[in-house]
Design a protein around this ligand. Structure first.
Ligand code: AMP
Length: 464
């Protein structure tokens, strides 16, 4: 998953992109980058491994002059964690300097890459986005817009993109609309971002959310809608609403906070925990769900776990050993809330089960009499091919174990998952959702190449 931002027609665009990336940090913590384009069309880039704050300072932002900028925060779902895969991806083409920030995953990138390499193409990284850059640069289209369209017609999967070619910016979303992208206005300029929280931070007003298949040109403070991409059944990623997006964002036309509260209420209706004396969340992603659960059940809401905010999302760390150790660094129970009580713990999802298992042990050690775990989404039974970093099927506890086996593994007194129907109803039945990781209903084919490309190390890796 990634966070992307584009700023056009605003002085010091790189500084605004930097601020916007701060608000999008939760969407990717492996690398951060900004490309800025000055009045002469000269593009300059700065990219690095790690967090936004670790990569940018006054000096390197001053070295990114211009009123056009595109920024990216990444965590890898295709390609390994090396600087060569950090975005924006920038190249010189016959149309001028081209930079791309991509959120999503192309499912046929592996096949296309093999074909391109066989014809002599050179790749510096192993991300799927570089495939798109090649297709745009090689297209025989008469205009840049034709070239981009031509490239997009060859790829399949999830893409929300901000592209700059020279000083012109483009924003586009695949026709299924897996990932969000929103447009806002800031004085006489335009800002595009993965989530509205980025617009809030930089003081841009929200103009509209791009619809699936939308393709726009942004230039001189104007947004021009170009012919849309060929329509496909809409499949918005429901996991954006369940877990990924920030609750203060509006995604797919819905308040993320509002959806999460409703998921919590629905969970309380479907899987009540009558023995519960207090309910609390696994902060922060399930805070709103616990609130909803408390509202609908009447069980008192408490803060039972405190999160250390100086630790990144455990899941994002690539090795299993690190992930397990970090759970304790990240959470600590509030003994006074828990001691002697029958507690209801609400979390948004169960992936491998490691976090919950350790949490339950911690909660019991803090004196809980009973632990009832409630999850605001159904069992995750398959990987995501569209940009969320879910592990392989074998590692997904919901794919390999029955609910009773999971309850035993986690050592909880009761375990309740929200149903697929309940999740979709709470998220908004009017929206076409992708819930493949829960239901196994994938809206595209899944070529083997994707699995091979994922975590493939490029032969040349710059680790500066
Ligand atoms: P696990 O221990 O693997 O079951 O992880 C479950 C926790 O990871 C839950 O608290 C979720 O909030 C969180 N989570 C779910 N999906 C992801 C993801 N794709 N990236 C990072 N964290 C996640």
């Amino acid at each position: 998953m990634c966070g992307i931002i584009g700023v056009s027609g605003v002085p010091d665009a790189a500084r605004l992109a930097y601020l916007g990336l701060y608000a999008l940090q939760h969407r990717g913590q492996e690398s951060a980058g900004i490309v800025a384009v000055d009045q002469e069309g000269m593009a300059r880039s700065h990219r690095g491994m790690g967090l936004v704050a670790e990569n940018f300072d006054d000096q390197n932002l001053a070295e990114l002059p211009g009123d056009v900028a595109v920024g990216h925060t990444r965590y890898s779902t295709t390609g390994s964690t090396v600087l060569a895969n950090a975005q924006p991806c920038s190249v010189n083409t016959r149309c001028g300097p081209l930079s791309i920030a991509h959120n999503g995953n192309l499912i046929n990138a592996g096949t296309i890459k093999h074909e391109l390499v066989a014809r002599g193409a050179i790749f510096t990284g192993s991300s799927d986005t570089e495939v798109l850059v090649h297709l745009i640069a090689r297209s025989a289209g008469a205009t840049v817009e034709d070239q981009i369209r031509d490239a997009l017609e060859q790829v399949d999967g999830a893409y929300s993109l901000v592209i700059t070619v020279g000083r012109t910016m483009y924003a586009v979303i695949d026709s299924r609309g897996f990932r969000p992208l929103v447009i806002g206005r800031l004085s006489s300029g335009i800002v595009v971002a993965s989530e509205t929280c980025a617009l809030d931070l930089i003081g841009a007003s929200i103009t509209c959310e791009l619809r699936p298949g939308d393709f726009v040109r942004i230039e001189d403070g104007q947004v021009t809608h170009l012919p849309r991409l060929a329509p496909r059944p809409v499949s918005r990623c429901v996991f954006e609403l369940v877990y990924f997006a920030r609750p203060d964002s509006t995604v797919f036309g819905k308040s993320v906070d509002g959806v999460r509260r409703e998921l919590g209420r629905q969970l309380a209706r479907e899987k009540p925990a009558p023995a519960g004396e207090v309910v609390f969340s696994v902060p922060d992603s399930s805070n709103a769900m616990a609130l909803g659960f408390s509202e609908a059940s009447g069980i008192k809401l408490e803060h039972g776990l405190i999160r250390n905010h100086y630790v990144g999302r455990t899941f994002i760390n690539p090795t299993q050993a690190l992930r397990v150790a970090k759970v304790k660094i990240k959470f600590n129970p509030v003994r006074e809330v828990i001691q002697g009580k029958s507690v209801v713990v609400v979390d948004d999802s169960l992936v491998r089960g490691n976090t919950s298992k350790e949490l339950v042990q911690m909660i019991r050690a803090a004196g809980a009499r009973e632990v009832h775990l409630r999850l605001g989404s159904p069992p995750i039974t398959g990987p995501c091919h569209y940009g969320i970093d879910t592990p392989t099927r074998e590692e997904l506890i919901g794919a390999t174990h029955s609910i009773e086996e999971i309850r035993e593994f986690l050592a909880v007194d009761s375990l309740g998952y929200l149903s697929l129907e309940g999740m979709v109803t709470a998220a908004g039945k009017d929206t076409g959702f992708c819930h493949a990781c829960f239901s196994g209903k994938y809206p595209t084919t899944t070529p083997d190449d994707l699995v091979q490309l994922r975590h493939t190390k490029p032969l040349i890796a710059t680790l500066a």
